[in-house]
Design a protein around this ligand. Sequence first.
Ligand SMILES: Cc1ncc(C[n+]2csc(CCOP(=O)(O)OP(=O)(O)O)c2C)c(N)n1
Ligand SMILES: [Mg+2]
Length: 803
Amino acid sequence: MKPDPSTQNDISFDDFQSQILQDYKVAVTSRECSLLGRREVLSGKAKFGIFGDGKELPQLAMARAFQDGDFRSGYYRDQTFMMALGLLGPKEFFHGLYATTDLVKEPMSAGRQMGGHFMTHSLNEDGTWKNLTKQKNSSADISCTAGQMPRLLGLAQASKIYRSLDNLDASNFSENGNEVAWGTIGNASTSEGHFFETLNAAGVMQVPMVISVWDDEYGISVPAEFHTTKGDISEALKGFQRDDEKSGYEILKVKGWDYTALIHAFENAGEIARENHIPVLIHVTELTQPQGHSTSGSHERYKSAERLEWERENDCNKRFREWIIANEISTEEALKALEREIKLSVRAAKKEAWAEFLEPNITAKKELLQLLDNAASKSPNRAFILKLKNDLIALDEPLKKDLASRSRTALRYLLGEETSEKLALKDWISNYLDSAQPKYSSHLYSELSNNATNVDPISPQYLEESELVDGRIILRDNFDSLFEKYPHALIFGEDTGNIGDVNQGLEGLQKKYGELRVADTGIRESTIVGQGIGLAMRGLRPIAEIQYLDYILYGLQTLSDDLATLLYRTVGKQKAPLIIRTRGHRLEGIWHSGSPMGGLVHLLRGMHILVPRNMTQAAGFYNTLMKSDEPALVIESLNGYRLKEKKPNNLGEFCTPIGKVEVMKEGSDITLLSYGSTLRIVEKVAQELLEVGIDAEVIDAQSLLPFDLSHDTVQSLKKTNRLLIVDEDVPGGCSAYLLQKIVEEQQGYRYLDSAPQTLTAKAHRPAYASDGDYFSKPNAEDIFEKVYQIMNEADPESFPSLR
Ligand SMILES: Cc1ncc(C[n+]2csc(CCOP(=O)(O)OP(=O)(O)O)c2C)c(N)n1
Ligand SMILES: [Mg+2]
């Protein structure tokens, strides 16, 4: 019986046959990589392994439906898909497993990510965009299960935006919005909120997204009935199915070992999504895990003998092979020969990769042995150094850490010696560390010349007759200028569109720029963030609004794990210049006056965090960020929208510098550093302090990440010799971060005559109403008394005790 090629797009039987054999070749290659990969981990050459075995067949089908310009947002099982598209070969696969730190050899992350995390390069060497419509794209994976989902929404929505807005230059990103965003997720991970949130949002927005669920009925050791209602995700999601009256999803269900059904399903899904921008869910069932979940344990511990037997019988590669033979596409002998050949070539690739991984270390080892020998020859501690040398000789397969650790230890035996041999060793160590460290630490922020901290500051300009207006008017009119100036800019969030945000900073702008550029969203913070990430990865300039800072916690996982790590984990090969706009600090109550800045500055390294004191400064930050290409969080002061500010006449142009503090009042007795809403109180108190003879210098931090790049704060300490940091975070929160920056990094301790101190909110959340605020956050009297107390301690005669 010959298989019927009629499910294909009218290809000949010969083509159909060679397509099948090509797919089989990839399936076997991928499987062989998984099998050998596991052994590499168990033998200690690689640290951890998680592989795509048992999921090969559906990925081949997905690859066949995937077109240039499309994007994948998937997870660690997708090696076969990457191989089928020619984006990953066996040698790169093993380089990934070993963590080779060379992006040419290990294009998925230069060893920063575990194997099984995939990406393609969106950016050229100089940071400019590649033409993404001419390549197959994979957004960089993250390990957190379902963490790939929020981003998928934005990747899909970008096609909709490009199809709908016609004044956009889409040349590198889209051809009439014809690109599909393909998501993959494990069955158990569909239990995560991110999955449901994304699913719902994409159904509402009707974007070209195809989500494939690889269902192997387990999430590590836990079977389906613990994860999913009815133990079956497509069954549970039936209400999402579109019908004649209402739009929704096309939901397909297909068995993971059924080649023709898979090809058919993915082709069908691709067409529906691509042409009509209808989201599709493909539930791929009956998949297996031939080697268990990962190298961390064996599945024999938790699967029954029957289940294990079923998995062996229904292994998708095995059934594909049987089908090929039964349908006379090839013969047992021919397949055996092919499999033998593949085995040999994968083994050879593995060997080559390991040799290439070791090669620089072996070279460095030779150099180091010579240097140790030289140093030992002149040292009274010769025996100890030679012991280190011999230990090193015994290491046939040295890691960088072996070399760094032994060479640094050797220096301890050379203490007090001043020979040229010791000097040579010292130099070698410094050079070695200097060249190794960036391989692990570069690209936390943009290393390009147009990065956000390099944007030239431009002051706001005022005319004599410039009017005083509510702060929100400055924001609104500045956004208006920005949307005019940047056709790729768009903003969205809860209540952002129709009413122009809850504080009317976007009043009237939806009418002017349309519902796609100034948009309302559902209440779903993590996919608001993900939407922004995906849009930004496809060349748009999104501003995602989180209604209140307190609710950023819902989006924090996506911000921290995905956005903040993107440039780092791709070594600068992908970027998402997303601006998060939110409002926080002082207002009222436990969930409307939060200022969890310590948490944010720690969890969002890789982003800029800006805390403007007023709306002019805020607008200036947006203008600066739009000129660069880095992700940032801008926190507007909740109680500042109705305060009067003078309206600049260069809206859209003036730029607040990032990483620069501003001295608000000069003084000689003490430096008061603050930011956001609290800064206003500090400024007021500084005036009151003058009345008791204390002349405080007041500094606005305004940019927390990065903070004070030119070290201006320590200049102030040189003058005042005293430091108080005031904020409304918890004790030991952001104020402790600032203290570390000033005292340690800027070496402020050298100039202090009093203990450096912090004044913060109470450790609990702020209580409601004016009294709640007074007793929860630092108030004017607290600040006054704290400063006075510091002065009293320093000079009790001039400043007798107050309270
Ligand atoms: C947020 C999060 N929780 C837990 C884990 C640990 N973990 C890794 S894989 C996994 C199971 C995932 O199962 P499933 O989604 O079915 O994918 P499969 O590995 O079976 O293909 C778990 C719990 C994780 N990586 N991320
Ligand atoms: Mg699973």
